[in-house]
Write a protein that binds this ligand. Structure first.
Ligand code: ADP
Ligand code: MG
Length: 238
């Protein structure tokens, strides 16, 4: 079970409060997109869910357990960033297996996981190449592959497609949707791109300056926005 629950979550950096008491319930297997303008707190929320950032107030639970009570390795979380830092001197295969090998994962199991990730992402042909011999989209696939091999319960994506050109973004959106269906895991996806949110999400969380403005299915937000900000951001005529 990998439901993710945020209860009255607050984040302060020094005297500045940047998340003002967020309540967000994400069901096991759901695809939820956090959307909002730059600086509204999307990455900070994601980093707190991943346990990479202290929580100043409130609670975050994954599968019913508080994030900070779970050992990092046992959290069942993998994160994909915008800047996919692949190891330039390693092949694709080595990039995929490196983390597992460092954790002492058995060789046969590592090979199985790498093979499966390569099949899911259709990068079987690229396994012996190095990052500089790959296109932007292929590199992003490898970065997602590094998350898949960890076999997480929860995937966190922080603007993973921002560096790609428009055509590739559309293609990768389809890939990520397919991945969600195939893996059946919980995905939390951060973007400032409304179209990306509308096409990917089971539910969207609209954020503005550290506040949750509205949570709902894409069409519900479109048809019945809570306020003018949501209306303006999601693009309905209200
Ligand atoms: P988003 O991802 O939505 O663009 P962030 O979560 O990165 O927004 O940032 C939210 C707010 O918190 C911004 O005002 C940002 O300047 C501030 N912030 C983020 N990280 C830090 C930090 N390490 N120290 C101080 N302020 C930060
Ligand atoms: Mg961000």
């Amino acid at each position: 079970m990998a439901a993710v629950t945020l209860t009255n979550v607050v984040k302060r950096f020094g005297v500045f409060e940047v998340v003002h008491g967020a309540d967000i319930d994400i069901a096991d297997g759901e695809f939820v997109v956090f959307v909002g303008p730059s600086g509204c707190g999307k990455s900070t929320l994601l980093r707190m869910i991943a346990g990479l950032e202290d929580i100043s107030g409130g609670k975050i639970a994954i599968g019913g357990k508080l994030v900070n009570d779970i050992e990092p390795a046992d959290r069942g979380i993998a994160m994909v960033f915008q800047s996919y830092a692949l190891y330039p001197h390693m092949t694709v295969e080595q990039n995929l297996s490196f983390g597992l090998r460092m954790n002492g994962n058995p060789k046969a199991d590592t090979e199985r996981r790498v093979k499966r990730a390569a099949e899911i992402l259709r990068i079987d042909e690229l396994m012996q190449r190095r990052p500089k011999q790959l296109s932007g989209g292929q590199r992003q696939r490898v970065a997602i592959g590094r998350a898949i091999v960890r076999e997480p319960q929860v995937f966190l994506f922080d603007e993973p497609l921002s560096n790609l050109d428009a055509e590739l973004r559309v293609q990768m959106r389809v890939e990520i949707s397919r991945l969600h269906k195939e893996l059946g895991v919980t995905m939390i996806y951060v973007t400032h791109d409304q179209t990306e949110a509308m096409t990917l999400a089971d539910r969207i969380v609209v954020l503005k300056a550290g506040n949750v403005e509205q949570i709902g299915a894409p069409l519900d937000l479109y048809d019945d926005p809570a306020n003018r900000f949501v209306a303006g951001f999601i693009g309905s005529p209200k």
